[in-house]
Design a binder for this molecule. Structure first.
Ligand code: ATP
Length: 424
């Protein structure tokens, strides 16, 4: 598995070390494999402060690491007891937050096949989608990536090995607490299932592999559909020519790609319904971690409060400048857009959001118009206005995204010009 994950010599592996039988076995195995693979090994333990034994566990982990010559990183964390998702979830969040702070290439966990089967069943009972049913991956690339080398091994086999190797470990008394839903599954439900279906655990683990594969294919389909819709921002009419299922798949995939959690199915169903009934009209649909925006034939997702940067972004002739969730491209043109010479003479050129009192004259001989009037005339919806990029040149608006160039800055015929294009 280490070879499959392409763990290279000198890469830094950090075992997430609870001190339990699984991560203790894992740590000992990796310590033995260290000379053969040439990786650097360390271990991290998170002290949640929830058990009266937490100090003793931390000391136990420190001693084990010292005996194996493995660097040890202890984390003492506070867990909120009033977390809306419950104490277990709060502890997990804190644990993963602490482990993410370890400088390493791979975090290595002691999850095994029984954990995988329990995770799958637990999630199915809560109505999970394909992504959740895919459960845990043995190799999850990332920075750091995650490895679960024991994912194909049964819990009982790990214990047998640990006993045969005379390893010592600690038992977390909370693992026996039937008030935790996971423990109820482990101690009551799985023994019953196992008696009736002896191969249930490996079969469930296998099923999660099938779900993982199918989920990967849905990701491929979403990527193909996005490409066929012209890439982000998508062409709205092409997206809506797809079936509802595929539109939802695209939205779900993009939200995850942006680091958010996919909203509940009912919410996505409603979003697609609204997209279809709005036809061509501008639309702004909050979807949890992101907002779905549709405007002038284009559709995109953006973080709800990340429309425009708060601070001016100085422009020093770069071809591309970031703007909120998108970019502004400055394309070289001749006889169109903004005159380059005037921009080069200016002292202060920056991309900024609209400011109070902003006005712009679109054509010589026509009056200056307020930002609000310009937006109304162009049919720009109120939600999009704070996000519009404005190129401010020595205090004057030279260009406003979606509106255009100010007459005073327009490039003369045959002159070198630059045309800003806002891509959301
Ligand atoms: N206190 C801890 N400090 C460091 N690592 C831990 C700690 N607790 C658990 N781990 C790591 O997580 C693995 C799984 O532990 P456990 O089954 O208790 O957690 P889980 O909540 O089911 O999993 P996950 O945290 O991945 O959701 C362990 O084998 C170990 O690698």
């Amino acid at each position: 598995m280490l070879a499959a994950a392409a763990v290279a010599p000198r890469q830094r592996l950090c075992v997430a070390f609870s001190g339990g039988a699984d991560s203790t076995t894992l740590l000992h195995l990796l310590a033995r494999l260290r000379p053969r693979f040439g990786f650097d090994l360390c271990a991290a333990h998170v002290h949640h402060g929830l058990s009266p034994n937490a100090d003793a566990w931390l000391e136990f982990c420190a001693r084990q690491c010292a005996a194996l010559g493995v660097a040890f990183h202890p984390f003492r964390e506070q867990v909120a007891r009033d977390h809306p998702a419950g104490l277990e979830a709060a502890a997990r969040e804190v644990r993963h937050g602490a482990l993410a702070r370890v400088a390493c290439d791979w975090l290595v966990f002691g999850h095994h096949q029984d954990d995988q089967a329990e995770t799958l069943l637990f999630r199915l009972l809560r109505g999970t989608g394909l992504r959740g049913a895919a459960a845990m991956a043995a190799v999850e690339p990332g920075s750091p990536g995650r490895l679960r080398p024991l994912l194909g091994v049964r819990r009982a086999d790990i214990r047998t090995f640990a006993q045969a190797a005379s390893l010592e470990w600690i038992e977390d008394e909370s693992n026996a607490d039937p008030r935790h839903a996971r423990n109820l599954l482990r101690h009551r439900v799985f023994p019953l299932i196992g008696a009736a279906f002896p191969g249930a655990v490996p079969a469930l683990a296998r099923a999660s592999g099938h779900f993982r594969e199918a989920d990967g294919l849905l990701g491929d389909l979403a990527a193909l559909d996005c490409a066929a819709c012209g890439g982000w921002p998508l062409q709205r009419d092409r997206l809506l020519a797809l079936s509802d299922e595929r539109v939802r798949n695209v939205l779900r995939w993009r939200i995850r790609e942006m680091g958010g959690e996919a909203p509940a199915r009912a919410r996505l169903v409603e979003a697609v319904r609204q997209l279809r009934t709005a036809e061509e009209a501008p639309l702004y649909l909050p979807l949890g971690a992101v907002a779905c925006c549709a405007y002038r034939g284009r559709l995109w997702l953006e973080p709800p409060r990340d429309g425009a940067p708060e601070q001016p972004l100085a422009w020093r002739q770069e071809p591309v400048q970031r703007w909120g969730a998108g970019v502004v491209r400055f394309e070289p043109v001749t006889g169109a857009g903004l005159g380059r010479a005037a921009l080069q003479r200016a002292v202060d050129v920056a991309l900024v959001p609209r400011w109070p009192g902003l006005t712009l004259r679109q054509d010589r001989g026509r009056p200056r118009r307020s930002f609000k009037n310009l937006c109304q005339e162009a049919g720009i919806p109120a939600w999009l206005r704070p996000r519009l990029p404005v190129l401010r040149v020595d205090g004057e608006a030279a260009w406003i995204g979606e509106i255009g160039v100010a007459a005073e800055f327009r490039c003369g015929p045959g002159e070198a010009g630059v045309l800003p294009v806002w891509q959301r």
